[in-house]
Design a protein. Sequence first.
Length: 541
Amino acid sequence: MMAQRPDIIVIGGGSAGAACASRLADAGQKVLLVEAGKSDKDIRSRVPALMANIVQTPDFDWCYRAEPDPSVGGRPDVWPAGKRLGGGSAINGMMFIRGHQWDYDHWAELGATGWDYESCLPYFRRMEDNERGPDKWRGTGGPIAVSEIRSRYSVTEDWVSAVQEAGFPRSPDLNGEKAEGVDFIQLSQRSGLRWSAARGYLEKASPNLEIMLEAQVQRIVIENGRATGVKLRHNGQIRTLTARHGVVLSAGALNTPRLLMLSGIGPGDELRKHGIDTVIALPGVGQNLQEHSATHLVNAVDTHTLNDDSRGLSAVKQLLALAVKRSGALTTGIGHAQAFVRSREGLSAPNIQLAFSAFAFDVTEKGNLALRGESSVSTLVGLMRPSSRGSVTLRSGNPDAAPKIEHILLGDEDDVLQLVEGLQIARAVMAQPAIAKDVSGEVRPGEELESAEALSHYVRAATIPMYHPVGTAKIGSKADPMAVVDADLKLYGLEGLWVADASVMPTIPAGNTNATAIMIGDKASDHILKAVKGRDISQAA
Ligand SMILES: Cc1cc2nc3c(=O)[nH]c(=O)nc-3n(C[C@H](O)[C@H](O)[C@H](O)COP(=O)(O)OP(=O)(O)OC[C@H]3O[C@@H](n4cnc5c(N)ncnc54)[C@H](O)[C@@H]3O)c2cc1C
């Protein structure tokens, strides 16, 4: 344990917490980072394709399940959340994408002053070590390695051509000037291995940073209107640790609101229900839960795919390719190429993400995913700006109880319509000459489902969450009663408590959320330094 009392305690060493803790320590703060999970130094986290073995494994994942969702036939969906140093970035699909500039500018319009794209860009740039090199939009030399995919299949090249044949532009860089059009996917990897936020920010962190693993925070300690420390369980003992300046809460969009409520911060009625005294009444805690929804188009193909590389001699070759060249099927992320497209006229920005993979899964009778036995490809059709909103509340006052997640994935008819439009675009792409020559049939939804009505039934049955929960402690102006933190990420009504993770996003950005969460953690450090050292945020980054 740190000999001295730390200046700041950071709760949660995930995507945002790792970035924030490391930057604060670099700036001279004595930081104690407390993480409930173990280290991410584990081959199952490092080898990308082993992701399938760690999601839904309690040693890596909090393994949450939402309440039954009537909009998808009453299915109680799984809501994974990383439980290792690195958090989500230690178990996720590694797709590295920032989202569209419009989303950040929209945040600022909603009251998150200083979170427009121009203000976030220096932090996106400083986090990156981008294999494509630096330019006005991209960074190099930063802690997070961003690499091109190394699991290459000719069918992916064909898909990229087919998207263009279908009328969408080729993007020079979806993380660059414009997040619209088609490109190969970039991954959070270096030399074919996962590059989590823990690897990037914590492995070479300043000696000012101490990390306490397998330390599960039960609540934030509040004295005289100030957060002074945490109560946690470590090695079977309950301990209270204090910090000079305060606490940064980075437990992720599901656990951050849970910890706030366990600490007496949240909607009064909800706290009373569980016998918790209200310290600060903030009705927005746990509300505004947002999530991307996605459905899949699966095709059988006559060309070589990753499904073929998962069996027999080919599988052995892939092991060798990883060991010798750090390439091949075992370096795969969850997608290989992607396109951001508009499914209709009059939108301010693309509303649909198509993520193409040169592989496809079947769902087994037990509900598990299994790679298909034949050559196959899949196109994920993701809805980028869903209207549905859900909530995270307490199941009980027991600090070990899972949060109660209530989310109606397809609560809005127009969300279903947009997914149908996205599916129709994904099908149109597969019909283009560049890829039609590879395709031997449609597995899901199935060619017989043609009408928009039939496709909407399919969407309702087959849509799943994309594992991108955000928004449950949103940034907003003082005039917004549902805002939880101000634009400096300080909790309303309390000194010494900042929230820095995916929960502060006012709305979900158009793209997988890891890069945005890391940006928030990195930028948070400058807001906190402004508070504790009077540093000028406009001069930071
Ligand atoms: C299976 C999966 C696949 C995904 N795929 C992608 C992808 O391909 N690309 C992408 O961009 N995004 C992806 N995401 C989403 C992305 O990883 C998350 O948005 C991001 O990690 C969120 O960062 P965060 O800092 O908000 O929370 P997290 O990274 O979840 O960090 C929270 C941390 O807090 C710790 N913690 C929680 N409660 C406590 C407590 N009481 N005490 C101490 N510590 C605690 C947790 O163990 C965790 O380490 C995926 C997520 C999942 C789960």
